[in-house]
Each structure stands twice: as structure tokens, then as C-alpha cells.
Design a protein around this ligand. Structure first.
Ligand code: PEP
Ligand code: MG
Length: 826
């Protein structure tokens, strides 16, 4: 046997034989041999049969590279025929021999001869009578007697299993589970210990841990007079393994075999360096080990298992880190729909923020707030969300939108809050006037109806399926500690509020890589001064409005600095177009007119005059900083005063990082650096105390990447904003991409949604150019990414390759990023 070409089952059995475990004689057929069989060419059958005891029955099991890629079911009792029936009856009794033959006829008929399984429904009897009926039914349906030649039986079994693997359905299924197109199948032919007969005979399955929790627990079942995995479906007749108050156990029925089995299981754990599920047979009191596969496991169990194996010195901590799929970790951070729960799917969208949430449908942020005040969890359903919905999003347990993609407003805010979110559910019909949501099949859901969104899969479900809670246990923290020790790229969090910052620390982020300050202006008490500032006619009026906002911002930053305790905090100055802060509907315009003491017509005209054809490419980011400089002056002042306030208490010195968004020209940086330095000098003089700060540029326009060489000398750091950069590189609106993204991906135009997984070819080339040119011009510059891609394992690999110092992502993705980064370093 040469394991890599024979599959994991063959490899495992080979190792069990080497460990001198009582494994019946086994021959493994390689991927190539099985492929040749599928093409119609059999191996040397007489030689194959001759490898086994002439009186033995055989079984064939699939052996693919990864167990969870599936494969045809095992076929047992090959070699059974009329002649063997008589001799076997002497050994194990007539009833058991007939039962065994009957099992084989049924399995062969259904899986090899491909006869209708209903054929055997009527038989209803075991023993000799049932067997005779089954053989007759076979003959009638297959139009030939049941084959008697063991060599032909084996050949047909091999052929049917080889072909089943190459069928289209099986191929698509395993590809969906991550198998490559050309994944091979090996087959394992094994002599059988039948599990039926005189004395204690039976079969069972044992593992040393619980599949759900991963905690040590002898788990499994044993059924007398059974074969294969029948014990698992044996109902009340099957026994517990260990003594158990709930019923009879194998330990009582066959104490010696049980003790031996436990020993072997321990040997397998230590020597195969994994928790294995063992298939065993007891034949007249003697134990046989037939098979071992990795214990099926939930994510939480996988993590505990890996950590315990490492703690027991069986694997290294590094191996434990490598054994956990980073994406799976996010399952542990959020409530999930229970694995076996019934799912009545009414629509699908983009899985924008993971976790499951169940609540009543509400169609506006105000209703979300009201619903939560009544203690009724709600799902906020919107065409798309805007900053005005943020308070409603805080109140809701989940968000569902018709439009949008991975980086649309709802998605970004949802991930930041750890709030389950499905966006771009375009095939559900949203009618916000009538307050209805209609599924493709025409089911109508109204305000107050209960739905569930699954932000992990993108499904929208009717009602409230069972869920499992988030589970962060000790094992999680241990594994993350090992990951951090291995990692060579830092991980920061995108966090806007003190609450976000606390979450970021909780997940051990090494600082804040992006604080989007505009998110601080949507609180009710800030919106009015903000609007007054926007409407100000003169710099003096503007200053007056900003003077109200200054202490609020100072408090925001002081809190952030205190929570982060000297870790770096990167604050991005104001970015969005100003009109995002203004109302759009009549009601809102009237309220605003009242607050500003202006006629509604005046307010309406001014709101309209601020409108832009393409606000994402208009007066926003650093362009506002240049044309309405008082806003950035106020923010810089708030940051510096907070720096001094937070540093005063004997805490580590705070060195704030100030980031300019949407830069495209070096002069923008030059001008604003001058202004910000002037503010710093003024604060130093007023307070009579010194501090330092770092100024950086957000590289999120293609031009900033291309001209990085001339921008870099003005900056301490450059952070790639790959959300806008992807939008501008593709010329593809991040808020509208969701409309056709699934068509584009399903037709292979894009391999993946580029707002989700970094487009390393195009956007990546700009990143690489930006990194190289900025480093050449300013070798000490810090490079990072703060777009949503910072939390995606594949994108992190790219960022590490181009030499970035850190990645920054939503707090809830920090653990995924920590683990992914560790695996890249190992
Ligand atoms: C970006 O554009 O990548 C970014 C991080 O900023 P925002 O998503 O706020 O535009
Ligand atoms: Mg941006």
C-alpha cells in the first residue's frame, strides 16, 4: 500500500496493522486502479481473491483522500452464495447464515444491480423464508439468478463503486465540499468478521469524545448479531458501551472485549494523533478492529479536540493551530442555526455578517426601536440602509436588505456590531409601502411576522428554527494564544465606538486600524449641531456649530484611548459626503426647518443644492478637508486634547494616528499636514504639554497607489482602503454590486465577489505597486489594509506577501484573522 494514492481509509488501516491491532486481512486498491476499473478494465481478479482465506467473506469500503468528500457506501458479505449458506449455517447457525445472505442480496440488488429498493419492502421476514423470497424477487427483476461466483460478485461490486464515484452527482457533491475536479477514489477490500453467529457476536462504533462538545466521553453503540454500522440504527436493542444507568452495556455483556477496545482506542488516539471513530466487530467473543475514521465533529468539538491532543503532548501546539479552519472559528462567535434544524428557506442573499437571528419583521428604524422597547426582538428589513438606520440597526437583532453587497452600508455596520446581516436578497420582493415581503413562491410576510436570517449562509427562513448559542470556551482562548505566538503580521480592528473598541480588545486586537469618525455624528444630540454646521453661511457660524461638537468628539477619543491603553488607535478624519447627514423625506425636512428656524422651502432648496450625481466620487473625504477645513481642524483638536487627557493618568503615552481618506494627490496631504501640525502646535502651547502623533494616508483611489512614491514622504503610514479601491478599480458601485454579483459569480465572470475576497490580479496589483513605491520612497513607512478584505484569510495571505505590517478588520473577524495569519506563518 502506498498511502497518498490509496486514500485516507487505506492509510489508516495500514497504520493500524503496523500497530499490531487485530485488523482482518486487507488489500487496498489505488486511485489509478479504481479509475481503470471505472473505465471497464478489472485488476487481476484471481490474484485478488487469492489474497484472502478461501472460506472468508469480503467487504469493500471507499477510501477517498478526505473522508468528508463522501463516496459510495460499503458493501459487506461478498462471497455469500447458496453453497456457503450451508457451511456457514454449521458455524454460526442457520438463522444467522440466512440473515447474512439476505443482507448481501439486498445490498447487491440495490447498489450493484441497481434494482428498485421497494422490491424488498414486501419480504418482511428474516431467516430462510425471507431469503428465498429475496432470491426469487432478484431473479425476476434482474432476469437472471443471483450471481453465485464470488469472483464475479467482487468484480461487480468494484465496478459499481468505481463508477458511482465518477458519476456527475457524486462529483458535484464532493466539489461542493472542497474536493478537486480530479479527486480519486481508492477501495479497500477486507476479509470479514461477520458479527453474526454463536457466542457473543455483534458490531459497534466507539469514540472517546463527544462529537458536539469534544469533551472526553466514551460514545457509541453496540448491537449483538449485527454488522457494519447497524448498531447506530439499532434503536432500543443496541447497547451503551460503558456501564450506563440508561440501559445495558457492552461493558457488562463482554467485559474483556470492552476493556481491550478501550485500550486500542487509546493506542489509536496516541499513535494516529487524532480522535478516531472505530468500527469494530466481536466474533464469538473475539474483538476485531475493522475501520477507523476521524470522529465527526462540530467546530467547537474540533477546537477542543485539537487543544486536548496538544495538551496531552500528542501533537504540537502548532499542529493544533493548523488543524482548525479559520473561517469555522466565526461560527463560535455567533449564535448559529442548529445543524439538524428544519430550514424553510423563503429567500437568499449575500451572507454579509455571520450568525442567526430570529425576530419580527419591521420595515423602519423607528419601528425597530419601538419593537425593542416592547421587548420584541426584530429583524430590520430595508431596501438598503443608510446612516439614518444605524440606531435602528443597534436595536434590531438582524438586518435584511434587498440591495447591497459585501461592503454596502448594512454589511459594514452589521459586521462591526456583530449583527447578523443578509444583503442583496433581490429575489424577495420588498414592498415598503404595503409593508410586505414576498417570497419567490408567493408567500407573503407582513410586519410582525417572525422570520430568521442566517448571516452565515445568506438564507432567509420562515419562523424560528432551533439555534445553538455562541461558544467561546477556554479551549478557544488557548488555541488563539498559540496562534498569536506563531503569527508574524499584526491584527487590528476596525472600531468606531467605545463599545466596538471593548469588543476589539476582547478579541485581542492589537489596536484600532480604522475608526470611522462619521459614525460618531449620528447620535441624536449630535445630528442637529452637525446640520447647523453644514448649513452655516460663514466660517464663524460654522465654528460655532463645531464648538458644540468638539467636546463630544474629545470625549469619544478619550474613551477610545483609555480602552485601548496605549495600543495604536488610527482615527480617520471625516469621510462621507455631507448630504448623508440631511433628511430626505418631507417629515425630516420639516423637522430640520423647525430646528434651524428656517422656512421649509429654504431648507429643501439647500438640501437639494448639496445633492450630487455621484456622491461616492464627489465632495467627500480629503476633498472636504481641503474645502471646508474647519471640520478637520475641529477633529484634529479633539484628538490632540484627548491624547493629553488620556495620557495624564499615568497610563502609557498615547500616540494617535490620524488618517486622511480618499487621497489622490500629494498636495492634498501636504496642505492638510500643514494645518494639522498647526493645530498640534496650538494645543501644545495652550496646554503647555507635549505629545507626538502619526499622520497617514488612506490609499483607496487607484491614483494614490500609483503615485505612492510622492505621497509617502509626507506620511508615517499608508493604509489601503480596499473597499473604495475595489469600487474604483472595477468601476463598480459597492452599493449596487449585489444586484448582479451572484449572476457574475455563477457565470464565472468573477471567481468570487471582489468586495469579499480581494481581487489579487487587479486591485492586488495596485496594492503591490503602492506598497513597493511607498516603501522605496519612505523605508520606515507602516503599511496596512483596513478594507473589509482584512478579515478574509485568502486576502490576508496576499497582504502578508506584499509585506504589510498589519491587517485591520471588523472586531468579530479578528479571531479568524489571527488564526489565518498564524497558519500562514507556520
Ligand atoms: C475602504 O474604502 O476600504 C474603507 C475602509 O473605508 P470605507 O469603507 O469607510 O469607505
Ligand atoms: Mg473608503
Amino acid at each position: 500500500m502506498s498511502p497518498p494514492t490509496h486514500g485516507s481509509r487505506a492509510k489508516c488501516l495500514q497504520r493500524l496493522v503496523r500497530l499490531s491491532l487485530p485488523v482482518p486481512r486487507t488489500v487496498a486498491l489505488s486511485f489509478d486502479t479504481v479509475h481503470t476499473i471505472a473505465q471497464g478494465q478489472l485488476p487481476d481478479m484471481p490474484a485478488l481473491i487469492a489474497a484472502f482465506d478461501p472460506g472468508a467473506l469480503l467487504c469493500v469500503r471507499p477510501s477517498s483522500q478526505e473522508t468528508d468528500w463522501g463516496g459510495p457506501g460499503a458493501i459487506l458479505n461478498i462471497g455469500m452464495n447458496d453453497a456457503r449458506l450451508a457451511s456457514l449455517a454449521e458455524d454460526i447457525g442457520a438463522e444467522a447464515a440466512a440473515g447474512l445472505y439476505l443482507r448481501f442480496v439486498e445490498a447487491y440488488a440495490v447498489h450493484v444491480a441497481r434494482l428498485d429498493p421497494d422490491l424488498f419492502d414486501e419480504i418482511g421476514e428474516s431467516g430462510a423464508k425471507g431469503l428465498a423470497r429475496a432470491l426469487a424477487a432478484y431473479e425476476e427483476e434482474a432476469e437472471e439468478p443471483f450471481p453465485q461466483d464470488p469472483q464475479r460478485q467482487l468484480a461487480e461490486v468494484l465496478r459499481s463503486m468505481a463508477r458511482a464515484w465518477e458519476g456527475t452527482t457524486a462529483r458535484l457533491l464532493r466539489q461542493a465540499r472542497g474536493a478537486p475536479v480530479d479527486a480519486g477514489l481508492g477501495l479497500v477490500v477486507q476479509e470479514m468478521a461477520p458479527g453474526l453467529g454463536r457466542g457473543e457476536c455483534g458490531s459497534g462504533v466507539l469514540q472517546l469524545v463527544d462529537s458536539q462538545t469534544g469533551l472526553p466521553q466514551i460514545t457509541g453503540r453496540y448491537l449483538s448479531q449485527s454488522q457494519g454500522r447497524e448498531a447506530l440504527t439499532g434503536g432500543a436493542d443496541s447497547l451503551y458501551l460503558e456501564r450506563d444507568p440508561r440501559g445495558r452495556s457492552l461493558e457488562e455483556a463482554a467485559p474483556e472485549a470492552f476493556a481491550l477496545l478501550k485500550d486500542y482506542a487509546g493506542v489509536m488516539r496516541r499513535r494516529l494523533r487524532a480522535e478516531m471513530q472505530i468500527e469494530f466487530t466481536i466474533q464469538n467473543g473475539t474483538l476485531h478492529i475493522l475501520d477507523g475514521v476521524l470522529v465527526p465533529r462540530s467546530t467547537r468539538a474540533a477546537l477542543r479536540i485539537a487543544v486536548r491532543l496538544a495538551e496531552d503532548g500528542i501533537i504540537t501546539p502548532e499542529e493544533a493551530v493548523m488543524r482548525i479552519e479559520p473561517r469555522a472559528v466565526s461560527e463560535l462567535l455567533h449564535r448559529q442555526i442548529a445543524p439538524g434544524a428544519a430550514r424553510s428557506v423563503i429567500g437568499r442573499g449575500i451572507a454579509a455578517s455571520p450568525g442567526a437571528a430570529t425576530g419580527r419583521i419591521v420595515f423602519s428604524a423607528a419601528e425597530a426601536l419601538a419593537s425593542t422597547a416592547r421587548n420584541e426582538p426584530c429583524i430590520l428589513v430595508r431596501r438598503e440602509t443608510s446612516p439614518e438606520d444605524v440606531r435602528g440597526m443597534h436595536a434590531a437583532v438582524g438586518v435584511l436588505t434587498e440591495r447591497g453587497g459585501m461592503t454596502s452600508h448594512a454589511a459594514v455596520i452589521g459586521r462591526g456590531l456583530g449583527l447578523p446581516c443578509v444583503v442583496g436578497a433581490a429575489r424577495l420582493r420588498f414592498n415598503l409601502q404595503r409593508k410586505t415581503l414576498t417570497s419567490e413562491r408567493g408567500q407573503v410576510f407582513r410586519e410582525g411576522d417572525v422570520i430568521t436570517i442566517d448571516g452565515t449562509s445568506g438564507d432567509v427562513l420562515e419562523g424560528s428554527p432551533a439555534t445553538v448559542e455562541a461558544a467561546l470556551d477556554e479551549a478557544f482562548h488557548v488555541l488563539m494564544g498559540w496562534a498569536d505566538a506563531a503569527r508574524d503580521i499584526a491584527i487590528r480592528a476596525n472600531a468606531d465606538t467605545p463599545k466596538d473598541a471593548a469588543t476589539a480588545r476582547n478579541f485581542a486586537a492589537q489596536g484600532i486600524g480604522l475608526c470611522r469618525t462619521e459614525h460618531m455624528f449620528f447620535e441624536a444630540d449630535r445630528l442637529t449641531p452637525m446640520r447647523e454646521m453644514i448649513f452655516a453661511d460663514t466660517p464663524k457660524d460654522r465654528q460655532a456649530a463645531l464648538a458644540i461638537l468638539l467636546p463630544m468628539q474629545r470625549k469619544d477619543f478619550t474613551e477610545l484611548f483609555r480602552i485601548m491603553e496605549g495600543m495604536p488607535v488610527c482615527i480617520r478624519l471625516f469621510d462621507p459626503p455631507l448630504h448623508e447627514f440631511l433628511p430626505t423625506d418631507r417629515h425630516g425636512l420639516r423637522d430640520l426647518a423647525e430646528a434651524l428656524d428656517l422656512p421649509v422651502s429654504d431648507v429643501t432648496r439647500r438640501v437639494q443644492s448639496l445633492g450630487e450625481y455621484n456622491p461616492m466620487l464627489g465632495l467627500r473625504g480629503v476633498r472636504l478637508g481641503i474645502t471646508v477645513p474647519e471640520i478637520y481642524d475641529m477633529q484634529a483638536r479633539a484628538i490632540f486634547e484627548a491624547t493629553l487627557d488620556a495620557s495624564r493618568e499615568g497610563a502609557p503615552p498615547v500616540v494617535p494616528e490620524i488618517m486622511l481618506p480618499l487621497v489622490s494627490a500629494k498636495r492634498e496631504v501636504e496642505l492638510l499636514r500643514g494645518r494639522i501640525e498647526a493645530v498640534a502646535t496650538a494645543v501644545r502651547t495652550e496646554r503647555g504639554r507635549d505629545f507626538t502623533f502619526r499622520l497617514g494616508v488612506m490609499a483607496e483611489t487607484p491614483r494614490a497607489c500609483l503615485r505612492a512614491a510622492e505621497i509617502a514622504p509626507f506620511a508615517h503610514f499608508l493604509s489601503f482602503g480596499t473597499n473604495d479601491l475595489t469600487q474604483m478599480t472595477y468601476g463598480l458601485s459597492r452599493d449596487d454590486a449585489g444586484r448582479f454579483m451572484s449572476d457574475y459569480v455563477s457565470q464565472g465572470v468573477f471567481n468570487e465577489d471582489p468586495f469579499h475576497v480581494l481581487d489579487t490580479d487587479g486591485v492586488g496589483e495596485l496594492l503591490a505597486i503602492g506598497a513597493e513605491r511607498s516603501r522605496a520612497a519612505n523605508p520606515g513607512i507602516t503599511l496596512s489594509i483596513c478594507g473589509e478584505h482584512g478579515g478574509n484569510p485568502d486576502s490576508i495571505a496576499f497582504c502578508r506577501d506584499v509585506g504589510m505590517d498589519y491587517v485591520s478588520c471588523s472586531s468579530f473577524r479578528v479571531p479568524v484573522a489571527r488564526l489565518a495569519a498564524a497558519q500562514l506563518a507556520l
